[in-house]
Design a binder for this molecule. Structure first.
Ligand SMILES: Cc1ncc(COP(=O)(O)O)c(C=O)c1O
Length: 345
């Protein structure tokens, strides 16, 4: 994402808008270039930036670019693009949660040609660490990338472990084990804990391994084929979740999305996650803070927002997510639904 910002001709000091209820990787990429991330709140009970606050921010600041996030694979509304176009600001589509072949299944002609995707664990095509981007400009700043053989080996071993052991039943155990092995330095994590991240950081120049790339293309093809054959079944699952788990969340555009996680608003998030972990029911806590994993005080200290992030803080305190991946079937989803029905309001 930093490379796309650079390719737009943006320089240090330029302001870039993003939404609250995101992960640190997004503002990190902006501040790595000395640009200023401006975090704007979501609408009440919505997964996306508030159109009203977006317009207000663009009116009152010289903003050069807006990052539009397609949270959990739900497409952000077209109105956000119209506002950005009115103020003539560049847009980058954060497609980290979107299945890259999404436009074969949904109407997405209003998205831009500047998009980035993620291949990290928990994403729609999880094959390693890293991502890729589509850009309308040539990306010159990525020419000096290098491979890191130790990272390549670690990621391959992690992937093997993921393939062998990951099942919804082991969701919490695998997650804990991964975090533990990352802490020990045995596994490769992302850079989620680094607040100050700049272009001198070597991590910025590490190439994705050819093995991950090959695997990604193969998995992409496989998943596209799966959707080609079973898209109606997939939609039925999402519809079932929507009807069985009515929640405070404003309805996302069901027919125009390929969600990879299904968000559910619960009253006691901590308690629900604790019980889910005890019962081995797969439930994500993502995002656990408004700029995961930073606390709101840390976000303020970094100068990344001037406004109140009340709605996105609320999301982070109340939303749990059901992973919708190839390991889930109707039986496992019914178990999650039955568990959550006791906790939604
Ligand atoms: C919305 C969003 N954008 C970007 C990223 C960064 O992706 P990666 O972890 O592949 O760098 C994430 C990571 O979780 C994310 O949730």
């Amino acid at each position: 994402m930093a490379a796309v910002l650079e390719s737009f001709g943006l320089v240090a000091g330029d302001k870039v808008v993003l939404q609250g209820y995101t992960c640190i990787a997004v503002p990190q990429a902006i501040s790595a270039l000395g640009m200023v991330p401006l975090i704007v709140d979501t609408d009440e009970n919505s997964l996306f930036i508030s159109p009203y606050l977006l317009e207000d921010t663009l009116k009152n600041n010289v903003v050069k670019c807006v990052i539009i996030q397609h949270t959990f694979g739900y497409l952000a509304p077209e109105s956000l693009y119209n506002i950005c176009n009115k103020y003539n600001v560049k847009i980058i589509d954060d497609c980290a949660h979107l299945f890259p072949g999404f436009n074969s299944f949904v109407k997405a002609d209003y998205l831009t040609n500047n998009r980035f995707y993620s291949m990290e664990w928990g994403k729609p095509v999880p094959v390693g660490i890293g991502g890729f981007l589509e850009s309308e400009n040539p990306i010159i700043s990525l020419e000096n990338m290098r491979y890191d053989i130790v990272k390549i080996i670690k990621i391959e071993l992690q992937y093997l472990g993921f393939l062998l052991f990951y099942r919804p039943f082991f969701f919490f155990k695998i997650k804990k084990l991964f975090s533990f092995l990352i802490k020990l330095g045995l596994f490769e994590g992302n850079n989620m804990n680094i607040k100050e991240f700049d272009m001198s950081n070597e991590e910025m120049y590490i190439h994705i391994s050819p093995l991950v790339k090959k695997r990604y293309l193969r998995e992409l093809k496989r998943k596209k084929l799966l959707f080609d054959n079973n898209y109606d079944d997939f939609r039925k699952i999402i519809e079932l979740l929507h009807s069985e788990l009515p929640s405070k969340m404003s309805k996302c555009d069901l027919h125009n999305s390929i969600p990879m996680r299904f968000p559910v608003w619960v009253n006691e998030k901590k308690e629900v996650l604790k019980r889910a972990s005890e019962l081995n029911i797969p439930l994500g806590d993502w995002y656990s803070t408004t700029v995961d994993p930073l606390s709101i005080d840390e976000v303020m200290e970094l100068g990344w927002t001037k406004s109140n992030l009340e709605n996105s803080i609320n999301l982070s305190e109340h939303i749990v997510t059901i992973p919708i991946d190839k390991y889930q079937n109707k039986k496992s989803l019914l178990r999650v639904i039955e568990f959550l029905q006791k906790h939604v309001n």
